[in-house]
Each structure stands twice: as structure tokens, then as C-alpha cells.
Design a protein around this ligand. Structure first.
Ligand SMILES: Nc1ncnc2c1ncn2[C@@H]1O[C@H](COP(=O)(O)OP(=O)(O)OP(=O)(O)O)[C@@H](O)[C@H]1O
Length: 576
């Protein structure tokens, strides 16, 4: 994945716009309460000016105090507005978080079933991390921006009413600040993007190093691992420094722009007051607007739009990439068959056009009802073959068919699913025992489930969990072997005529493994087993020994006498 190209903030904002559209009412409520919240800004300078000119300087203390009390009352109302704005704000932000995580999980799952799409756990892990940061930033954006924008508009309106020349200077300074910061935004944005990518790279290297620490120590690769980490730390530090330099420049422009109107007001104050252009009250009122509202509002807008807004854009684009649907979504396959004869004809497979071939010209016919075991050295292509047999990957040349139908065209939905692949990593979800066991055949009866559990050897486990109605609320409390038993029952009661077990019993005791394999074979289905132990091969009708891209096929005894590699594998297994 080319992450740099994938980071397009403009497209990321579309996600936000869609959520905002669905929460139009919350947005309107938020705006109305924000209006009340920013109300004190509109009247602050005018009431201070009136209190001074018509009250304290005119010798009317009561009027002066009354006007100041009026101002205090608007501040209380503003507080009420701020309080009421929290609920619609939380609704929008929480809903966005839910949307983003849901989209990513769905898209990751959708990509996972399309041959040729690459999916890794980083999608969901990444989106969870980014979404949390995004939620925080978005709350800040909406909290600060709405009051800051209203404050800015109200301050300028108040200044035009009280002291038009000061208002014009303020408008000019605001425009200059906004233009300068907007024109430097794209540079700032790419620096933030680089820093984010550098952080991801560093965290990837750090976790890979920590996870493989035993191996690093064992093979004496500490120097190499340290060098890799140091390079990524330096890269990250440089990226963060570049962000810091741009931030410093932007802060300087902001400080100058926000203070310019006040400096102009103070410099011209003696002349303006003595010539009668401004009364003392108007001078103090204008200063109140500038110091109390214009400066903070401009700072807030720049911080929120310039910094938080751009960070949000980058994060949204990043999340959008994770939530990317498959590039070429496949129409759901619909072909069906009830037989079990699998045929590989001249099958070639490589992970990528220029990658080494994993399988090269493989011909193999697996009879319906046969128990076939695939063995071979690590990396020989056993799991690749399992994926091809189950239609999860497609051969780059040749065909894989079930009863003459290409396996990738077979309907994968219940009750038509013809092939079930069980990988080594068993997936058990939170729910009842029954829901877990019946996942591939929701119509299965309790009696059929009980028979399946007894056949596969999962009856003790089900009993220990409180029977079929028992709960599995924390799947990770189950041992790996228990999880495998759950998925074995699931496959056993599925309607599939072909079951591919890709080391799906590796965590079971050898005796339990035998029981499970025998149970599947006794159903008359075609059973393909990627063997974890050579004992599986000894029970098979035929064995496929995969090595160097091509298979040797025969019974256990035949391969033992004809293939030195197979004899070696059996020998090692007996010794271990
Ligand atoms: N998604 C992938 N992208 C690129 N290469 C891959 C991918 N999956 C597997 N490979 C490579 O293809 C080769 C065959 O892998 P495969 O998992 O099929 O072997 P295996 O015989 O099942 O190995 P093991 O017994 O160790 O599980 C290996 O060299 C592996 O690194």
C-alpha cells in the first residue's frame, strides 16, 4: 500500500460530512446554543463603554453599575449555552467514532475475502488508535471553533457599532492573518503527514523488534536491531522538528496579527480622544473587544483550523485508507454442487507477478470421500494449496475445480457452501455456545449438535461451558485447543461436502486429533488435512508431499519407500 498517496485529507473530510449530514438536527441545536454562548462577546465592549460614558464618568454610579450587572447577566446566559451545547456535540462525535470503526471493520472483512487483496490486522488496530485521537480532536474543534467564529463575528459587529475605524483595522489584520496561515497550510499539512508516517514506521519497527526480542538475542542481531530502531527514531525526530519550525512561524504571524489592532488603537488613542473621534468609554469598550475577544478568538480559530483541523484531515484520510473497500469487488459467487471430487490441473501460483512460484504445474485429483493429507517442509506451500482448494486464492495458471466447477465460483453462503476451510487460528466470538457451534449451519438441531460434539470430542468442553445455552463472553478465556474444538464442531455440522483442515487440530492432544480426523472421514466427505504431525499422514488414504513447487503423491507406505525426503520427515517425527 502506498501510504503517502493514500493520504488525501480532502477525501477524508467526506467521511465527516456524511456523519454531519445524518446529524443535521444536532448540528442546528449546537449552533443555536453556541449563539447564546457567544452572546456576551457582542455586548461586552458596548456595555463597558456605556457604563463608563453614561454612568461612572457622568457621575451616575447606579447606571454604571446596572450596565455592568447587565453584562454579568449575559455571561451567565452564555454559560447556560455552553452547558446545553455539550449533548448535541457528544452525539455527533460519538456517532462519528462508531461509523469509522464500523466502516473499517466491514471494509477489512470485505477485502479479506477478495482474492489478491492484502489485509492485515493493522487496519483495525490502526483505526482504533486513530479514531480515539480523532474523537478528542474533533471535540476540541467543535467546542472551540463554534464559539470562536461567533465571537469573531460579534466582536467585529460590536466594533463597527462602537468605533468603525478600529473595526476596519481589525478586519484588515484578521484577513492578513487568515491569508498568511491559509497559504502556509499545505506545507504545514505535509509536515504533519510526514511526522505521522514517521511515527507509524517507528512504532512498527519497535513492536517488531520487541515481539522478536528472544529471536534477536538468540541470533545475536542486537546491533542490527538497534541500528534499525535508531534510524527510525532519528527520522521521527527530524519530522517532528520540521513540524515545530512551521508551527513557530505560524505562531509569530498570529501574535503580530492579533495584537496589531490593539497597538494601532493605543497609538492613536490620545489624538482620537482629544479630537472627539472616540469618547473615553468607546476607547475602553474597543480595547475590551480587542483584548477580551478578538485576540482569543483569532488564536482559537488558528489553533483549531490550522492545527487541529489539519490533523483531523490527515487522520481522516488515513482512516479512509483503512476503510477502503475492495478495489474490484467481486460479484458474490453462486455456483453450487453436491459432490466432492476436487481436481487441480496444471496449477501454478505465485504471490505477485515477479515473485517466486510456490506451486508450479501441479496436477492432482482428489476423489470424493477421500482422506488426503498434505505434508512438506515449512514454506513448501501447504497453506497456499489449502487456500487454492477452498477458492480463497486463484491460481495464476491452471484450474481448481470441484465436480468440474471452479472453486472460486462456488456459493459460500449457507446452506450452499460446498467447501469449508478451517485454518490454524480458530475464530470464536462472544455469544452462546450454540451460536458459535451453529455458525456455519444456523438450521442445525440441538440433537445434531450433540452428536457432532460427541463425534469430534467437544462434548466435555460444551458441558463445562454450561451446555448449548452456556455463554462464551470472553473467547480468549478458552485455550487454543478448546477454540479449535469449537471450530471443528462448526465445520462438522456445516453442509459442506469438502472440509480442508489447515493445521486446525495442531493444539489438540494427538489422540484427540485422531478422533477429530476420524470423525470427519467417517462422514463420507472429502477431507484434506494439512498435517501438523506425521501421524495424520499414516491414517490417510493418500499423502501429498509438497516440495520445490511440485508434489509427490502416494500412500504413506509408497512415499516412505520412494521419497527420501518423506522418509526423513517420518524419521524426524519418530525421533522427536
Ligand atoms: N500472503 C503472502 N504473500 C507473500 N508470500 C506469501 C504469502 N503467504 C505465504 N507466502 C510465502 O509463500 C510460501 C509458502 O507459504 P505457505 O504458508 O503456503 O507454506 P507452508 O508450507 O504452509 O508453511 P508452514 O508449514 O510454515 O505453515 C512461503 O515462502 C511464504 O513466505
Amino acid at each position: 500500500m502506498d501510504t503517502v498517496i493514500a493520504l488525501r485529507p480532502a477525501t477524508g473530510w467526506r467521511l465527516l460530512a456524511e456523519t454531519a449530514h445524518r446529524h443535521r438536527r444536532d448540528l442546528v441545536r449546537l449552533l443555536l446554543w453556541s449563539l447564546l454562548e457567544a452572546g456576551p462577546t457582542l455586548v461586552s465592549g458596548a456595555l463597558v463603554a456605556a457604563a463608563l460614558d453614561r454612568g461612572f464618568l457622568a457621575g451616575d454610579l447606579a447606571t454604571g453599575l446596572l450596565l455592568l450587572c447587565g453584562y454579568a447577566a449575559t455571561v451567565v446566559l452564555g454559560g447556560l449555552g455552553a452547558r446545553q451545547a455539550v449533548l448535541p456535540l457528544a452525539g455527533i462525535v460519538e456517532s462519528l467514532r462508531y461509523d469509522l470503526v464500523e466502516r473499517t471493520v466491514r471494509a477489512t472483512l470485505a477485502r479479506g475475502v477478495v482474492p489478491g487483496e492484502s489485509v492485515d490486522g493493522r487496519s483495525v488496530e490502526g483505526v482504533t488508535k486513530h479514531t480515539e485521537v480523532l474523537r478528542m480532536l474533533l471535540s476540541q474543534l467543535l467546542t472551540v471553533l463554534r464559539t470562536a467564529v461567533f465571537s469573531l463575528v460579534f466582536v467585529i459587529a460590536g466594533l463597527f457599532w462602537l468605533a468603525p475605524p478600529v473595526a476596519w483595522v481589525s478586519v484588515a489584520a484578521t484577513v492578513v492573518v487568515i491569508v498568511v496561515l491559509a497559504t502556509t497550510a499545505s506545507g504545514w499539512q505535509s509536515r504533519v503527514r510526514e511526522a505521522l508516517l514517521a511515527e507509524e514506521r517507528l512504532s512498527g519497527t519497535a513492536s517488531a523488534t520487541l515481539l522478536g526480542l528472544r529471536d534477536v538475542v538468540a541470533v545475536g542481531a542486537a546491533e542490527r536491531a538497534t541500528a534499525d530502531l535508531t534510524a527510525d527514531i532519528d527520522h521521527h525526530a527530524r519530522a517532528v522538528n520540521r513540524v515545530g519550525r512551521v508551527v513557530a512561524g505560524r505562531v509569530a504571524v498570529l501574535a503580530l496579527g492579533a495584537r496589531l489592532p490593539l497597538v494601532a488603537l493605543l497609538l492613536t488613542a490620545p489624538a482620537a480622544v482629544s479630537s472627539g473621534v472616540l469618547t473615553p468609554g468607546e476607547l475602553l469598550g474597543a480595547a475590551t473587544y480587542l483584548v477580551g475577544s478578538l485576540d482569543p478568538a483569532l488564536r482559537a480559530i488558528v489553533r483549531v483550523v490550522g492545527d487541529i483541523g489539519l490533523q483531523i484531515g490527515v487522520l481522516l484520510a488515513r482512516i479512509q485508507e483503512y476503510a477502503r473497500p475492495p478495489a474490484h469487488p467481486e460479484p458474490a459467487p453462486t455456483a453450487t454442487t453436491t459432490g466432492g471430487r476436487l481436481v487441480l490441473r496444471d496449477v501454478e501460483f505465485a504471490y505477485g507477478a515477479s515473485a517466486e512460484k510456490i506451486l508450479d504445474g501441479v496436477d492432482l485429483a482428489i476423489a470424493a470421500g477421500e482422506r488426503l493429507v498434505i505434508v512438506g517442509p515449512s514454506g513448501a506451500g501447504k497453506s497456499t494449496m489449502a487456500n487454492l482448494l477452498a477458492g480463497l486464492d486463484r491460481p495464476s495458471r491452471g484450474t481448481v475445480t470441484l465436480d468440474g466447477v471452479p472453486v472460486a465460483d462456488l456459493d459460500r453462503t449457507w446452506p450452499h457452501r460446498a467447501i469449508t476451510l478451517l485454518p490454524q487460528e480458530a475464530y470464536v466470538f462472544s455469544g452462546s455456545v450454540r451460536e458459535n457451534l451453529a455458525y456455519l449451519n444456523p438450521g442445525v438441531t440441538d440433537a445434531e449438535l450433540a452428536r457432532a460434539c460427541a463425534a469430534v470430542g467437544a462434548d466435555e468442553l460444551v458441558e463445562a461451558r454450561g451446555g448449548l445455552d452456556g455463554r462464551i463472553d470472553a473467547p480468549n478465556e478458552l485455550s487454543e485447543g478448546q477454540k479449535q474444538l469449537v471450530t471443528l464442531v462448526r465445520a462438522y455440522v456445516s453442509p459442506s461436502r469438502v472440509v480442508v483442515l489447515d493445521e486446525a487440530t495442531c493444539h489438540l492432544h494427538p489422540e484427540r486429533e485422531r478422533r477429530a480426523e476420524d470423525a470427519f472421514a467417517a462422514t463420507g466427505r472429502t477431507v484434506v488435512i494439512i498435517a501438523h504431525r506425521m501421524s495424520s499422514a499414516m491414517r490417510a488414504d493418500r499423502v501429498v508431499l509438497l516440495h520445490a513447487g511440485s508434489p509427490d503423491v502416494g500412500t504413506h507406505q509408497e512415499l516412505r519407500s520412494t521419497s527420501p525426503l518423506y522418509a526423513d520427515l517420518v524419521g524426524y517425527w519418530h525421533e522427536s
